[in-house]
Design a protein around this ligand. Structure first.
Ligand code: MRU
Length: 344
């Protein structure tokens, strides 16, 4: 089967003239604007404050961050290598859950260690080539996920997705949305229900924006509408992305993913997870070992600048949850489709 042509109307990130340009995902969909990261600390901040988000995208951004770590082409190699060590530690701490971040930074450090460059400028060129390779591979993995997942989606299906695992979460055509884009490009008629995805609204702001940009029929729902749609048999499949997948197939993804997996089992609807190789963490035996980021309470207490919760309200805000492998129908990766642990 040939690769269906999917053209996105925007670029999540771009390496331009030695700087990293990021589509500012905090401003979408109201404003389409970019942020330029000229130094490694700009990249660190952009990852932390969600200018760039989504596991594969933050991995690619961090790879370029490592290039930007070498800011002085005249510095001694010893000094540059010490700085790379420090910046690698810093970047990896920017967000703890998505393993793509650690994967990309570790790969950049291995490239630095293997380089026989005799000065800082040579090492920077070497790292730039590695970051560009990571970027291209991410794009290729997304395309592959799209192609591999395509046959699972047939004409007339209603698909539920959570958070944003589309082009905005990667440097390519996305993970969970990639098969949908490929199907759409081939004239397969699909309709997507997008969970709004509290507390940061990645579904409402980002998934809806990019699906609408691509002309994919879609409907926004509140997170708590999903159960009633299942009950009315209006969902034929669920597909989500992942921030980290453990060796046993447990999946950590945006908070609320687990709810959908339980609902999908109850209603006999397939639950698919789409993720590139860089999201797998074979070193972790199961998902209980995956660190879950907790975010600022104001993301829950407020909607933008408007505070809704009473002052002093105690708030618990994990950014991700764990879906055990036995609730997953299959994982779609760039390597193929692996059955999850779910029966039937
Ligand atoms: O907090 P975010 O927006 O970075 O969370 C993103 C998700 O949970 C995505 O589903 C996941 O990173 C997969 S993206 C292809």
């Amino acid at each position: 089967m040939s690769n269906p042509e999917v053209q996105m109307t925007f670029q999540t990130l771009a390496w331009r003239d030695g700087a990293l340009e990021l589509l500012d995902q905090r401003a979408l969909p109201t404003r389409v604007t970019t942020v330029t990261c000229a130094g490694v600390m700009d990249v660190f901040e952009a990852i932390r404050n969600l200018t760039v988000r989504g596991a594969p995208a933050i991995g690619v951004a961090a790879a370029y961050g490592m290039v930007l770590s070498i800011s002085d082409a005249a510095a001694s190699l010893e000094r540059v290598r010490a700085q790379l060590d420090e910046d690698a530690r810093r970047l990896k701490a920017a967000r703890p859950t998505a393993v793509n971040l650690m994967w990309a930074v570790d790969r950049m450090m291995r490239a630095a260690a293997a380089s026989d460059a005799y000065d800082a400028a040579g090492l920077r060129d070497h790292l730039e080539r590695e970051a560009i390779a990571i970027h291209r591979e991410d794009q290729a993995m997304c395309r592959k996920i799209g192609e591999i997942g395509l046959p699972l989606f047939i004409d007339g299906m209603n698909i539920l997705t959570h958070c944003n695992a589309g082009a905005l979460a990667t440097s390519g055509i996305g993970t969970a949305l990639a098969p949908i884009y490929c199907a759409h490009a081939r004239g397969v008629r699909l309709h997507v229900f997008a969970d709004e995805t509290r507390p940061v609204w990645q579904g409402a702001r980002l998934t809806m924006w990019e699906l609408m940009q691509q002309g994919v029929p879609c409907t926004l729902i509140t997170d708590n509408t999903a159960a009633s749609l299942f009950a009315k048999q209006r969902i034929d499949a669920v597909i989500v992305g992942a921030d980290r997948i453990a060796a046993n197939g447990d999946v950590v993804n945006k908070i609320g993913t687990y709810n959908l997996a339980v609902l999908a089992v109850h209603h006999g609807v397939p639950f698919y997870v789409a993720a590139p190789t860089s999201t797998f963490d074979p070193a972790l035996p199961n998902g209980r070992h995956i660190p879950i980021e907790e975010r600022s309470s104001t993301e829950v207490s407020n909607v933008g600048p408007v505070r809704l919760a009473p002052p002093g309200a105690k708030i618990y805000s994990p950014a991700f949850d764990l879906t055990p492998s036995d609730l997953v129908t299959a994982i779609i990766s760039d390597q193929g489709i692996t059955p999850g642990g779910r029966d039937g």
